[in-house]
Write a protein that binds this ligand. Structure first.
Ligand code: SF4
Length: 440
């Protein structure tokens, strides 16, 4: 069959779709890029917050319309299908097969089981151990790839549904991670972006302690890799060993993503976060002392239940004093079946959004100030895109794919996607940099 996969949500979903694509190819199916020409359409959904749920349902219904033009199977997978399996099955008869997040290893059997007479629905609970799917189908020319090192989460933040969807934390075996990294490097991948719900908890469940630093040392031995990046770190699991390997290994980007969510102790406690304002300030201080050019990405939630002007102003002052290199802010999204949804002192939607915008206005100025300091510097840039007008779009070591800043630059010589080039920064915008390629 010709199969089209539409992936929504986070990099973990991207990895799931790439695993599914590899499994399907192994069974003789072909993965194509247009849903119109497909015999089977798979929509890999997200259910993290309300907006993501809405987008997932709209996408399923859009794909369902394509079924009218002939014989197509519509398959729904991912977090929304895991969380609302029965409801979706009953409310969206246009879709034929529903699987959750724990059926990808059985995806071909499920496709073979499907007949026109019988719609299918599977959403089994998370297995005890990490479910290894050996193969991965990434874009042939990709020089950047996500590498999932664990599944699930034990942190149970009071506003989050992920643990109820993805299950408890399960680390992958270090051997299988390094084997996959070697395979990806052989395929031409130069940048590996490590992902999990909590990357810093890696190893605690299967190796009796934090093992991310050991894993990173092993990944740095893979010669063909150039950049190794960490996303989704939890502040109180950032060990001295991790900071040391980040400081010492040239391949590890001096970049770290730590979604802090807030800084006020009362709010952090009602979020069921293990940190305090002081412990957060301490880990940021330690990171900046040990790795002077570290670029810290973080995200905050505004309008969490109980957040008054006092708590919010503390967050504003913290952001102004800390000047994060990269920052995002989201208004709190009440998620059913989470403790936070039943908390008193829910905040008005208008107030949540106004506070989010205040944080983003502050960050835009900080980002422009930081970017302006880079004018005149020569930075290593990975070419992500060749633009029609002959300019290029790329990223520095300090920019994760799909979420961070870019570098718009010119080059006298022709460049291709995936090339690393030195760029002299000539100008700065709020978020992006401008430059020209230089020979060193
Ligand atoms: S760390 Fe918290 S917010 Fe992140 S996935 Fe786990 S429970 Fe959710």
């Amino acid at each position: 069959m010709k199969i089209y996969i539409e992936t929504l949500g986070c990099p973990k979903n991207t990895v799931d779709s790439e695993n599914a694509a590899a499994m399907m190819k192994k069974a003789g199916h072909t993965i194509i890029n247009s849903p119109e020409d497909a015999n089977l359409i798979m929509v890999n959904t997200c259910a993290f917050i309300n907006d993501a749920k809405t987008e997932s349902i709209e996408t399923i219904l859009d794909m369902a319309q394509l079924k009218e033009n002939g014989d197509k199977i519509l398959m729904v997978s991912g977090c929304l299908s895991q969380r609302y399996s029965e409801e979706l099955f009953n409310e969206i008869p246009e879709a034929d097969i529903f699987i959750g997040v724990n059926e990808y290893d059985k995806i071909n059997e499920i496709i073979n089981e499907y007949t026109k007479e019988k719609r299918l629905r599977y959403a089994k609970d998370a297995p005890a151990d990490y479910c290894e799917i050996p193969d991965r189908e990434i874009e042939p020319s990709s020089v950047s790839a996500y590498l999932r090192i664990a599944e699930g989460c034990d942190n149970v933040c009071s506003y989050c549904v992920i643990p109820s969807i993805r299950g408890p934390y399960r680390s992958r075996l270090m051997e299988s991670i390094t084997e996959e990294a070697e395979r990806l490097a052989e395929q031409g991948v130069k940048e590996l972006v490590l992902v999990a719900q909590d990357v810093t908890a890696y190893g605690r469940d299967i190796y009796g302690g934090y093992a991310l630093h050991e894993l990173l040392s092993k990944l740095c031995e893979i010669e063909k890799l150039r950049w190794i990046r960490l996303l989704y770190c939890y502040e109180d699991s950032i060990t001295d060993e991790l900071i040391s390997v980040m400081a010492d290994e040239e391949k590890i980007c001096k970049y770290i993503d730590i979604p802090l969510q807030h800084v006020n102790d009362k709010i952090l406690s009602s979020m069921n976060r293990r940190s305090t304002g002081d412990s957060i300030r301490a880990v940021i201080k330690k990171l900046r002392e040990r790795i002077p050019d570290i670029h810290i990405r973080t995200t905050f939630i505004t309008g969490f239940p109980g957040e008054g002007e006092k708590e919010f102003n503390e967050l504003v002052e913290f952001i102004e004093e800390t000047e994060f290199e990269r920052m995002g802010a989201f208004s709190y999204s009440m998620e059913e079946n989470t403790p936070a949804a039943d908390m008193p002192d829910q905040v008005e939607q208008e107030t949540k959004e106004r506070r989010r915008d205040i944080l983003m206005d502050i960050q835009r100025e900080i980002s422009l100030k930081n970017n302006t300091k880079k004018i005149g510097e020569v930075m290593e840039v990975l070419v992500d895109e060749v633009m029609e007008d002959g300019t290029y779009m790329g990223r520095t070591r300090f920019d994760a794919p799909e979420i961070d800043n870019g570098v718009i630059f010119t080059s006298e010589s022709k460049l291709a996607e995936g090339q690393f080039v030195n760029v002299e920064i000539t100008d700065a915008f709020d978020y992006d940099l401008v430059g020209k390629a230089v020979k060193i």
